[in-house]
Each structure stands twice: as structure tokens, then as C-alpha cells.
Ligand binder design. Structure first.
Ligand code: N01
Length: 547
């Protein structure tokens, strides 16, 4: 369709650059949003990206062992059949450098770089209600004016470094996994401490242990993990996948988690103990997140879940030689997969190594970091390098860091002080023309991210096209629709076991002082997409559209 063409270099009276849309972030979502707005709708759009390269979460998370836990063939874009056919994944799970190669290929193939501005951190965004435009400012002092502001900042991009006394005085080097040095870290001959046993710590520990002189893992909460069973992607499998792509994508979109898995229609409680054991064993051998799909009720029925949780606990006891260490590694305080389930390559096996020590910091909490290492309530551990795999201020953190101010200068931070309130995870009342890709209240982190991202980006683009086609200048979620959606998000979470993991980042519980609200939408990808589609088909009820 024909769109107003504005030269992105055009400047306003105060050297404000004028665009149709500003997209913040150049990860999967920002790249695709730019392609769609610019190349499909003909808008003038620019991506502002804080990093010195594209890639979003994969640009920053370069820690040892960083690898996607969704499988490569579906952790990828589906919007271009040519891209699907030409790209050759080399492993079952793509490693961080391979994902970076893929995203860079996408940026080149679709000529995206000319509208991506790197090393540009957005520091503020203010809505000008009279003009129906966003004024966006950057750390470098630039100003942009755009009708639409689209955040593509990811859900896990604000590193959470716990405030532990004494860190400044640590004589060694320390790193957060989400801000890993691009030149890498050489652990050879070093005594390394690793704090955190989430997905990241579980991926990093085996790799660090192989290189370091010694690794001490400081564990607060033991975690379930299922083997990834990574391996090379052979040519035959690759060809089969390419031939099957239409079905694979359709299955992902029709699923709960955006993965192309068949969820068993059976209850775990309908199977005999022997049958269950055999099915869990087969899933364990196959590896990966599809372990969750062994029975339909693992995330909705405590007893059903307990059969899977107990199976994994028995595996930990089988793998780990020292029974006392195995016991400390055994999760008991939450059901399997109520926290984001990690998958691993030799995580539990790592604790059989002579150079690895597990320290339970729930039993003996960390008191301080000393110049020499970490002191818990019962010992001091001497370290040369300390690695924080302590996660992120998830979902809201990256959005609040943008200092977004809506109508009348109201700040998003104030509005969300008791927890995020969105309509469909896509818009927030009081913030017209602001769209959040995979925002709180959307399925996002509960899904295979590219599936969720493509759905959002397409919905936003269709909405903008609808507005432009009718000469509409603004769209804003209503408070009533947002209240209803927040209620629905809570209901959806409460219909699952997810809220039972009281220390989960889904609830914001990992960041001291953060409101405890279940943030993602747990109703499933397919149901969510159907709701969004219906809203669009019905002319956007729950939104106010205006000129
Ligand atoms: O972070 P986390 P993550 N003292 O928050 C511990 C995605 N991801 O980076 O459980 C001591 O899960 C904390 O302990 P506890 C994925 O969605 C994807 O590992 O709060 N410990 C926990 O053990 C994942 O879920 C891939 O008691 C402290 C750990 O640090 C998400 O990113 C790979 C502490 C944090 O775990 C986040 O994972 C990696 C303290 N003060 C990650 N503070 C893929 O493969 C925190 N902890 C796609």
C-alpha cells in the first residue's frame, strides 16, 4: 500500500530526525519489525541499538556454553521461504556464534543495516499528545520524532548483578554472563566461582570446569535439568526439515509453547508406573525441552508433575557419585518446569569432577565478597574469577530502562510500580502509539521466542496498515481492556503450576523489591494468537483509535 515517504535524514527545527517509526533493539524482533514496516508497508523506520552489533540477547550472552535450548530448525524466522531453504544449521541446538551468523545473514539478505543505528542507547521517550508522536532521545544527544515507538528490547536484557557487600574490593576479575566480554575469558589455571544455577549457570558450569583449575558453584536453589543431547545436524535430516517446513511452522503456531512438538493427549496418572518410567526414559534419551510434552498434565496437575519431578530426581542420584552432593543438587521446593526448565550437556556429571565443588548458599548464605573471594556463613572460598549467572530484571527491566513517559508526562515506571499492566502485552493505557514486542502479558518467554516475535510483529504491522488505510493517527489501549487482560493473565497463570515456583523470575521474585506479579501470559501461543487475530478482525475493540 502507498505510504507517506519521509526521508529519514530529514530534520526538524531543532535537528530532530523525523520518521514514521522508531524500533528499539536489533535482535530477532527488531530486525523483523524493520523489514516488515519498511519493506512491506513502506514506512520510514529506524532501529536504534545500544550494542555495537546486531543480535540482541545473542550479542550480549557470549558466556561459555551459550547455546539455544530451542532446536535450530525452529528457533529461526519463518517469514521467508527462501531464507528457510538457503540457511544450513549445523547442530541440533545452535551455539551463540551460529545464531549470530544467522542474524547477520538476515540483516544482509534483507538489506537491513542501512536503517540500523548501532551504539545508540535510548535514554528517554516522551509522547507529544498534540502531534501524536513520540520524541525519543539517545545517550549521544540525538532526538527523533516518530509516530510509532516499538520496543524490541527483549525480555532478558537487563543484567541482575546482586548487591553483595564487598564486590568493589574483589581483587580478581568478575563478569555477568549477560554482559560477557567479546574477547572471551581465559579460565586456564584459574580458580573460578560461579553464582547461579539457572539455565545459564547450568550451561556454563561444564564448560568452565573443563578449562579452569577449579570451579566452585554457589547454588541457592537446586534446579531440574534434562539432557540436551546436542549433536551435528546431518544432511539427510536437514533436507527432511526443509521439505517439512510448512507443517513444522504450522505446528509451532498451533502449539502452547511455540514448539513443533506433539503434546501427548494422555495424563501421567493414567499410565502404569512401568509405562510412565519407560516413556520418561525415552524422553530423557531423546533430550531437550520436549520432555515436558511426555504427558499433557505435567504443568497443570501437581500429582502428574510429581511423577516427572521424581524421575528427574532419581536421574540426579544416579548420575552424581557422591550421595551428599546428589542430595544438595536435588530440587524439592518447586515442581519440574514451574521455573523455566534448563537443558544441559553434562551438568550433573560435572559434579563428579575432582576440580568442582558445590556450595549450598541456602544452607550457608553468602555474607560478602572479600578481596580474595566469596565468604559464606561458614567458609571463605578463594577465587581468581567470579562469574555471576544470576539472571535478569526480566520483562519489565528493559522497558523501564527506556524512561518512557506517556500522555501528561506519566512515567511507565510509576504506572507499573505494582506490576506491569498491558493489554495483550502489546500496549499500555496512557501510552498511545507505543507497541511492545513480547511485552509483559504476552506468551513471550513461555514460548519459542521467534514464533511469538513473528506473531507480534505481523500483528503490529497489520494494525499500523489498518490505521494508515483509514487516516487514523493514534491507537491506545483502554484502561478497562487492560484491567480485563491483567485479570485474564492471572487466571491463565493460576490454571497452571507456574506460580508454585516462588523464586521464579516469571514472578519477578529474583530481583529484591520487584513486585511479585506473574508476568507472561500462560494461556498458550495458539490461544493468544487467536485472541489477537479476533481483536484485529473486529476492528480493535479494547483500543481507542483516533485522528
Ligand atoms: O537466570 P535465572 P539465567 N545469590 O534467573 C541465582 C533464558 N536462557 O540467566 O533460584 C545466590 O534463571 C538464582 O537462584 P534462585 C531462559 O529463559 C535461555 O540462568 O533465585 N544466587 C538462580 O539459580 C532462562 O530462564 C537460554 O534461588 C543467586 C540463578 O542465580 C533465563 O534466560 C540459556 C542470587 C539465576 O537464574 C534466565 O536464565 C540461558 C544471589 N544473590 C538462559 N541471585 C537458552 O538456551 C540470583 N541467584 C535459550
Amino acid at each position: 500500500m502507498a505510504m507517506t515517504q519521509i526521508d529519514p535524514a530529514e530534520t526538524g527545527p531543532q535537528h530532530v530526525k523525523i520518521l514514521d517509526a522508531i524500533i528499539v533493539g536489533a535482535g530477532f524482533s527488531g530486525l523483523y519489525q524493520l523489514h516488515v514496516l519498511r519493506d512491506r508497508l513502506g514506512l520510514s523506520a529506524r532501529v536504534l541499538e545500544a550494542g555495537a552489533g546486531i543480535g540482541g540477547t545473542w550479542y550480549w550472552n557470549r558466556y561459555p556454553g551459550a547455546r539455544c535450548d530451542s532446536e535450530s530448525y525452529y528457533y529461526s524466522f519463518s517469514f521467508s521461504k527462501e531464507l528457510e531453504q538457503e540457511w544450513e544449521w549445523t547442530e541440533r541446538y545452535p551455539e551463540q556464534p551460529e545464531i549470530m551468523r544467522y542474524l547477520n545473514h538476515v540483516a544482509d539478505r534483507f538489506d537491513l543495516r542501512r536503517d540500523i543505528q548501532l551504539e545508540t542507547r535510548v535514554t528517554g521517550a516522551r509522547f507529544d499528545a498534540a502531534a501524536n508522536r513520540w520524541l525519543v532521545s539517545t545517550a549521544g544527544g540525538e532526538e527523533y520524532s516518530a509516530q510509532f515507538l516499538i520496543t524490541a528490547v527483549g525480555c532478558l536484557s537487563t543484567a541482575n548483578v546482586p548487591k553483595i557487600k564487598g564486590l568493589d574490593a574483589f581483587a580478581g576479575r568478575w563478569y555477568h554472563t549477560g554482559q560477557w566480554p567479546h574477547e572471551g575469558v581465559d579460565f586456564t589455571g584459574q580458580r573460578v566461582g560461579l553464582i547461579g544455577t539457572g539455565s545459564t549457570g547450568i550451561q556454563a558450569a561444564p564448560v568452565i570446569a573443563e578449562q579452569a583449575a577449579h570451579l566452585t558453584v554457589f547454588q541457592r536453589t537446586p534446579n531440574y535439568s534434562v539432557p540436551a543431547r546436542n549433536g551435528p545436524m546431518d544432511a539427510e535430516r536437514r533436507q527432511q526439515i526443509k521439505a517439512d517446513y510448512p507443517e513444522i511452522r504450522a505446528k509451532s503456531r498451533a502449539s502452547t509453547n511455540g514448539h513443533p512438538f506433539d503434546l501427548s493427549p494422555r495424563s501421567a496418572l493414567d499410565a502404569s508406573p512401568e509405562e510412565r518410567e519407560a516413556l520418561y526414559e525415552a524422553a530423557w534419551q531423546q533430550g531437550g525441552l520436549r520432555f515436558r510434552a511426555t504427558f499433557r498434565d505435567l504443568l497443570s496437575d501437581v500429582q502428574a508433575n510429581e511423577t516427572a519431578s521424581a524421575f528427574i530426581r532419581s536421574k540426579i542420584r544416579e548420575i552424581v557419585h557422591d550421595p551428599a552432593v546428589a542430595e544438595r543438587l536435588t530440587p524439592v521446593d518447586h515442581p519440574f518446569a514451574s521455573k523455566r526448565p534448563p537443558i544441559d550437556s553434562n551438568y550433573f556429571e560435572t559434579f563428579n569432577r575432582d576440580n568442582v565443588l558445590l556450595v549450598d548458599v541456602r544452607a550457608a548464605p553468602i555474607q560478602e565478597i572479600t578481596p580474595l573471594g566469596v565468604r559464606t556463613s561458614d567458609a571463605e572460598y578463594k577465587l581468581d574469577i567470579l562469574v555471576f549467572a544470576t539472571g535478569f530484571d526480566a520483562m519489565t527491566g528493559p522497558l523501564l530502562a527506556l524512561d518512557i513517559r506517556g500522555e501528561d508526562g506519566a512515567s511507565l515506571r510509576d504506572l507499573w510500580s505494582a506490576g506491569p499492566r498491558t493489554y495483550l502485552g502489546l500496549q499500555t493505557a496512557g501510552f498511545p502509539n507505543l507497541f511492545t514486542i513480547t511485552g509483559p502479558g504476552s506468551p513471550s518467554v513461555l514460548t519459542n521466542m521467534p514464533t511469538a516475535i513473528e506473531q507480534h510483529v505481523d500483528w503490529i504491522a497489520d494494525c499500523i496498515a489498518y490505521m494508515r488505510g483509514r487516516g487514523l493517527q493514534r491507537i491506545e489501549a483502554t484502561s478497562a481492556a487492560s484491567d480485563q487482560w491483567v485479570e485474564h493473565v492471572n487466571e491463565a497463570a493460576n490454571a497452571t503450576l507456574l506460580p508454585m515456583a516462588s523464586s521464579s523470575w516469571y514472578l519477578g521474585a529474583n530481583v529484591p523489591g520487584k513486585p511479585r506479579v506473574f508476568m507472561p501470559y500462560a494461556g498458550g501461543m495458539a490461544k493468544y494468537a487467536a485472541i489477537c487475530e479476533q481483536v484485529a478482525a473486529d476492528g480493535y475493540p479494547g483500543f481507542q483509535l483516533g485522528r
